[in-house]
Design a protein. Sequence first.
Length: 211
Amino acid sequence: MTVKKKERGGIAISNTVPLTHIEPEEIRAVLAEYKISNADVSFRCDPTLDEFIDVVEGGRVYIPCLYVLNKIDAISIEELGNTLISPQLLSKSSSPSLFSPDLLYKIPDSVPISAREWLNVDELIEVMWEKLDLVRIYTKPKGKQPDYSAPVVLRHSRCSVEDFCNSIHKDIAKQLKYAMVYGSSVKHSRGQKVGLDHQLADEDVVSIVKK
């Protein structure tokens, strides 16, 4: 959740999750109260009105949190109580008698795992990737196969071709003639020529063509 003041343009509100505790009119009213008439307001969480006011005042910063519940394989059904386990974890457990197939997740923003048994670790990685809001972009040197071993990792909010170029070297964007992109961000499966402003998607493949 961020509030970035600007010189003009009014109030622009964007959110990546539904806002259930606060309305756009309330957001604008709070900003008006603090004499902020031009700002970009971005939400990556579902805050209350009080939490939003804390950010506007600059007193607190809210960041995403993920609870990792380890040693879940060592907990019996009685000890587990109301804590819920995913069906995937149940199917992989070496002690299925410990778990009930009817149990599902209940604790918000949490993933149960067993580091010793390596249970549910794949799901933990997926949730971490989602929470961090990252995208993987693969490079493809001219005339060669894509390099899937070391992707360029970008923030979802900053994943243009220009951002991709700058993450490799600051001069590449200046030398770019066009980029060939393969993946879900383009219409053609055989690749598409794009410019610096093109927004990339997770697991796109990019080949840089210089001037």
